[in-house]
Design a protein around this ligand. Structure first.
Ligand SMILES: [Zn+2]
Length: 268
């Protein structure tokens, strides 16, 4: 079983997530990389991280499977409001998220809420099924050069294997009822938390009328360039304390912004 192989990684992760000084982090990071790379070879999935020797700037070199990380249409990017294009014929977006069972996974890179079937999004009349949503702190995309404290990615997959990811930004403000409900239940190390009870995914969504759109990639290896990005303009809020707790759990799991190159960002 995969789980047995993960035991040494879990132990190191437990230490990694609990340690704060730079010196400790560097040492642990090296051990972590070595152990996991040995494990990963067996699974044909090479280990990557946000810091140290397998951090974002090395992703395209650590495995031939990750060569797209060096591509020309990568994500995240900086959204520069001065350069955004307003289309004559706006893109159409219809988010149909309802309820899901509670199935939360800490996979060592992020904390992910898996969605039960039946939630979907339509973008320009193409339908994508919601698979999961997960958290990044700080935000991966920047707006006019600035990070927000938290970005949630709703990962939706179409039948043809392409993806639409809806991004929701959180800023500091009123306490989030959603995180109030789940913050203490989030797995602090690799593992799962499940409940039979359901919750409404709309609790994590702001207004969806205005959004930025561009074409890009996964923000984690293998960085495949098959993602339609939809970044909602309106934000949600969480309290300072909630955002600090989330950042501590997620440990700066954001990829730095990539070159926009030939691409346009449009907004409606
Ligand atoms: Zn993400």
């Amino acid at each position: 079983m995969k789980n047995l192989k993960l035991i040494p990684i879990l132990a190191i992760f437990a230490f990694f997530f609990s340690c704060k000084t730079t010196k400790q982090t560097t040492t642990v990071q090296k051990e972590h990389a070595t152990t996991s790379q040995t494990e990963a070879k067996k699974e044909h999935k090479v280990h990557w991280t946000y810091t140290g020797e397998t951090s974002p700037k090395y992703w395209s070199n650590i495995s031939s499977e990750y060569k797209d990380c060096d591509g020309s249409a990568q994500s995240p990017i900086d959204i520069n409001d001065a350069k955004v294009v307003y289309l004559k014929k706006p893109n159409s977006l219809n988010i149909q998220y309802h309820t899901t069972k509670t199935n939360i996974v800490n996979n060592g890179h992020t904390i992910q809420f898996n969605s039960t079937a039946g939630n979907q999004v339509s973008f320009n009349n193409k339908t994508y099924q919601l698979k999961q949503f997960h958290l990044h702190s700080l935000s991966e995309h920047t707006i006019n050069g600035k990070h927000l404290p938290l970005e949630v990615h709703f990962v939706n997959k179409a039948n043809d294997g392409t993806y639409a990811v809806v991004a929701v930004f959180f800023k500091e403000g009123k306490e989030s009822p959603f995180f109030k409900k789940f913050l203490e239940k989030l797995p602090t190390e690799e593992g799962k938390y499940t409940e039979e009870s359901t919750f409404n995914i709309q609790e994590v969504l702001p207004e969806t009328k205005q959004f930025y759109h561009y074409n890009g990639s996964f923000t984690t290896p293998p960085c495949t360039e098959i993602v339609t990005w939809i970044l909602l303009n309106d934000t949600k809020t969480a309290s300072k304390e909630q955002l600090e707790k989330l950042n501590h759990l997620l440990h700066n799991n954001y990829r730095p912004v990539q070159e926009i190159n030939y691409r346009n960002v449009d907004k409606q």
